[in-house]
Design a protein around this ligand. Structure first.
Ligand code: GLC
Length: 677
C-alpha cells in the first residue's frame, strides 16, 4: 500500500490533462489511466446479482463472446427475504470473487434504496421497505465483496425510489425523514461496511441533482460522515461542470461515447484554464481515486485475482434461493407435495421463462438458469410424467411503440403489427387460446402447479419504468380463478420483485409460495420447496398490500409523478404506515410460514449484551429454520414498532433453543422490545 504522502506526491506529478482524463469516462465502464505514473484505468461493472456481460467499446452492442457467462445470484429482495446475514456475506463474496475474476475494480451494487412503493420497477434490485433490514444485510454483502480487492459501490444516493421521470424528478423530502428512513443504509454501509465507493442518483433531492449535490455529497457524506471513498455519478446523471466540480463527486460516467464533451472533461478543463474553477477541487477527486486504487492494491502490492463460474458459487446461489422462498399459504398442509406422482401438469409462462437477461443494468448472462419447470422435472425424475401448458403469454404482438433503454432498443421477442389496437386484439385472442388449452388439459390431471408472477419486461420489474398497478399481468388472475375451480388444491408459485394484488383468488387458494427472482438455481429452490427437500424459511422483507391504496406513498404521499414527487408519507413507509393508520395488508412485513411449527416463549432484555433473549421450540414434525425478529415499541407520535434485531436459527423437531438477538444499534434505555416469529 502507498502512503498518503506518496499519493499526494503522485497528484503533484500529474498534468491537468492527466487529472481531467481520470475523472470522467473514457469508455462506458472505464476511466483513463496514466501509464506514465503507473496509474491503471478504473474498470466498473454492473450489477447487484452478478457481473454484467461485456459490450463492444463505445456502444451498447454486446460482444457476444463465450467468456462472460457468470454465476447469477438471487436478486437483493430475495436475499433480504432470507433474513440471514451470513448469506448476505456469502452473496457479496461470490460477487466480489467473480468481479475480480472478470478483471473489474468496482462492482456497481448493492442497491439500498428503500422499497417505498410496490410500483417501483427496480424493487427487485433493492432489499426492503425497512432501513434496518436493508443496512444489516447490505453491510455484510459489501464486506463479502471487498475481501476480493474489488470495491462495492452502494447506490443510488439519495431517495431514488421511483423510475418514473427518474433522470430529472425532484424528490421533495424532509431532512429528518431522509435521516430516519432513506439515509441509514447508506450511512451504515459506508461507515460500518467500509464501502469503498458510492454512486450518486439521477433524481434531484430538494432541488439539486443527486450526483452533484453539494449538501448531501459535501456537507453530509464528505464532512459529516467523513467519507474519503470514491463517489461516482450514475450514468448520465451529471448536468453542470461547476456544480459537479464543487460537489463531492469524483468521477462522471455516462451512456454516450462523446467522452471529451462530458461535463467533467474538456468543459471543466476550460473553466480551470479560465480560473473559474480551482484545480485544487480536481486534486481532491484524484486523491479519492488514488485512495480507492490503493485500497484495492491496484498501485502496488499483491492483489487478489479471483475467478468465476465455480461450483462453490453455484452452491451459494442455491442456498440463498432456498432460504428466500416464502411460504404464504398452506391450508390443509397441501404442501409439501408427494414426489411419487405418476403425472403432473405445470401451467404458467413463468414456469418456463428465464429472467437473467432482463431488468436493465442488472441484466446478466447466466452460465445457466434453472426454470421452475426444469427444477421440478429434475427433482421428480423420469417416473413422473410432467406435462407443461403455457397458460398465458407476455405481450408478443406490439404496435409501433419503441422500447428504449440507455439509447438502445431492447431485443424483446415481439412481433410488430400495424397498431397497438391490432396488437391488443391479437394478444386477447392468443391469451384466450392459451387459457382454454390449459383449462382443458387441467381436467385430466389430479396434480397441477401454477407458476406465474412478473417478469423483466419494461413496465414490470425493470429499470427505467414503474408498474402501472400491482395487478398480475397477462390476465393471469382469470386463469388462476378458473384453474382453482377445477383443482382447488392447486399450489400457486409467484415470482417477482414485489407485491401483487391477489384479491381475485387468494381466498380460494390453499397453497401459495413466493419465489422472487431466485437466480440461476431459482427453479431448483422452488422445486425443492414444493416437494419438501427444503422447508421454506423466507420472510417478507416488505409489506404485501391488497392494493396500493394501503401503501403510505400512495395514501398520503405522492408516487410516480413527473417533475416533482413529494414524500408527505414522511417516515410512514411500509409497516410503519400500516401499523400507524390501522391498515391490515394482504401479508405483513416479516410474514412467512414453515412446514413445521415453532413456539416462542420468555423474553427479557440483557442490557449488558444489548440483546433480547427468548426461547424458541420446534413444536412440529419437521426440522426447519426460523427467523426471530425483535421490534422496539414506539412511543406516542412514533411508529408503533420498528425492527431492531433479527437472528435465524435451525431447530430439529422438538428441539428448544434460547436465542439472544443482538440489538445491533444498541438498546435504548426505557424502551420496550418484543419478539416475533
Ligand atoms: C444505470 C443505473 C445504475 C447502473 C448504471 C450503469 O442507469 O441507474 O444502477 O449501475 O446505469 O449501468
Amino acid at each position: 500500500m502507498l502512503t498518503n504522502e506518496k499519493i499526494k506526491e503522485m497528484i503533484g506529478e500529474l498534468t491537468l490533462d492527466e487529472k481531467i482524463s481520470m475523472i470522467h469516462g473514457a469508455a462506458f465502464f472505464e476511466t483513463a489511466g496514466v501509464p506514465r505514473l503507473g496509474i491503471p484505468p478504473l474498470v466498473f461493472s454492473d450489477g447487484p446479482m452478478g457481473v454484467r456481460l461485456e459490450f463492444k467499446k463505445d456502444s451498447w452492442e454486446k460482444k457476444n463472446l463465450s467468456d462472460d457467462y457468470i454465476t447469477y445470484l438471487p436478486c437483493n429482495s430475495a436475499l433480504a427475504a432470507t433474513f440471514n446475514r451470513e448469506l448476505a456475506y456469502e452473496t457479496g463474496s461470490v460477487l466480489g470473487e467473480e468481479a475480480r475474476g472478470r478483471g473489474k475494480d468496482v462492482i456497481l451494487g448493492p442497491g439500498v434504496n428503500i422499497k417505498r412503493s410496490p410500483l417501483c420497477g427496480r424493487n427487485f434490485e433493492y432489499f426492503s421497505e425497512d432501513p434496518y433490514l436493508t443496512k444489516e444485510l447490505a453491510v455484510e454483502y459489501v464486506k463479502g465483496v471487498q475481501q476480493w480487492d474489488v470495491a462495492a459501490c452502494v447506490k443510488h444516493f439519495l431517495a431514488n425510489n421511483q423510475e418514473t421521470d427518474r433522470l430529472a424528478v425532484d424528490t421533495i423530502v424532509d431532512e429528518e425523514v431522509l435521516r430516519e428512513i432513506y439515509m441509514p443504509a447508506f450511512y451504515d454501509v459506508l461507515k460500518r461496511g467500509n464501502c469503498y465507493s458510492l454512486m450518486g442518483s439521477y433524481n434531484r433531492i430538494n432541488g439539486k441533482f443527486g450526483s452533484q449535490h453539494t449538501h448531501y455529497l459535501n456537507e453530509v457524506v464528505r464532512d459529516e460522515w467523513e467519507y474519503d471513498g470514491l463517489i461516482v455519478s450514475d450514468w448520465g446523471a451529471v448536468h453542470d461542470s461547476v456544480e459537479a466540480a464543487e460537489s463531492g463527486l469524483d468521477v462522471e460516467m455516462s451512456v454516450t461515447a462523446d467522452y471529451d464533451d462530458y461535463f467533467m472533461a474538456e468543459p471543466l478543463k476550460k473553466l480551470i484554464m479560465e480560473g473559474k474553477v480551482s484545480e485544487e477541487l480536481i486534486d481532491k477527486k484524484i486523491e479519492h481515486i488514488l485512495i480507492l486504487m490503493n485500497r484495492l492494491n491496484m498501485l502496488d502490492g499483491e492483489r487478489r485475482s479471483g475467478t468465476y463460474n465455480t461450483e462453490e458459487h453455484r452452491k451459494a446461489a442455491l442456498k440463498v434461493a432456498e432460504e428466500s422462498v416464502v411460504l404464504l399459504k398452506n391450508d390443509k398442509n397441501i404442501l409439501p407435495l408427494d414426489k411419487k406422482l405418476k403425472k403432473l401438469l405445470v401451467i404458467g409462462e413463468n414456469a418456463d421463462k428465464l429472467h437473467a437477461l432482463g431488468g436493465g443494468s442488472a441484466e446478466l448472462k447466466a452460465l445457466y438458469e434453472i426454470s421452475p419447470l426444469m427444477g421440478i422435472k429434475k427433482l421428480l425424475g423420469g417416473n413422473t410424467k410432467v406435462e407443461y401448458a403455457k397458460g398465458y403469454s407476455e405481450d408478443i404482438f406490439r404496435g409501433d411503440e419503441e422500447d428504449k433503454w440507455q439509447e438502445r432498443s431492447l431485443d424483446l421477442n415481439v412481433e410488430r403489427v400495424g397498431s397497438s389496437e391490432e396488437a391488443d386484439r391479437r394478444m386477447k385472442e392468443l391469451r384466450e387460446q392459451l387459457r382454454n388449452e390449459a383449462l382443458e388439459l387441467a381436467k385430466e390431471y389430479e396434480n397441477i402447479i401454477f407458476v406465474g408472477g412478473y417478469d423483466h419486461v419494461p413496465g414490470h420489474d425493470s429499470e427505467g419504468d414503474d408498474k402501472a398497478d400491482i395487478k398480475l399481468p397477462y390476465d393471469q388472475d382469470i386463469l388462476i380463478k378458473e384453474l382453482l375451480k377445477i383443482r382447488p388444491d392447486m399450489p400457486i408459485v409467484l415470482t417477482g420483485g414485489s407485491d401483487v394484488d391477489m384479491r381475485e383468488w387468494i381466498d380460494d387458494a390453499h397453497a401459495l409460495l413466493w419465489g422472487w427472482y431466485g437466480g440461476m438455481e431459482g427453479g431448483t429452490a422452488i422445486a425443492k420447496a414444493l416437494f419438501g427437500d427444503v422447508n421454506p424459511s423466507g420472510r417478507l422483507p416488505e409489506t404485501f398490500y391488497h392494493d396500493i391504496s394501503e401503501c403510505g406513498a400512495h395514501a398520503i404521499g405522492q408516487y410516480g409523478t413527473v417533475g416533482r414527487v413529494e414524500y408527505h408519507d414522511g417516515i410512514y413507509v411500509g409497516y410503519r404506515y400500516t401499523d400507524k393508520f390501522g391498515v391490515t395488508p394482504q401479508f405483513p412485513f416479516g410474514y412467512g410460514l414453515s412446514y413445521t411449527t415453532f413456539e416462542l416463549s420468555g423474553g427479557q432484555l440483557d442490557t449488558e449484551a444489548d440483546a433480547y433473549i427468548c426461547t424458541v421450540k420446534n413444536t412440529g414434525s419437521r426440522a426447519g429454520k426460523v427467523s426471530v425478529l425483535v421490534y422496539m415499541k414506539g412511543k406516542q407520535d412514533e411508529p408503533e414498532k420498528v425492527l431492531a434485531g433479527f437472528d435465524k436459527i435451525y431447530l430439529e423437531p422438538g428441539e428448544v433453543k434460547d436465542v439472544a438477538v443482538c440489538i445491533t444499534d444498541g438498546m435504548i434505555g426505557g424502551r420496550e422490545y418484543f419478539a416475533y416469529i
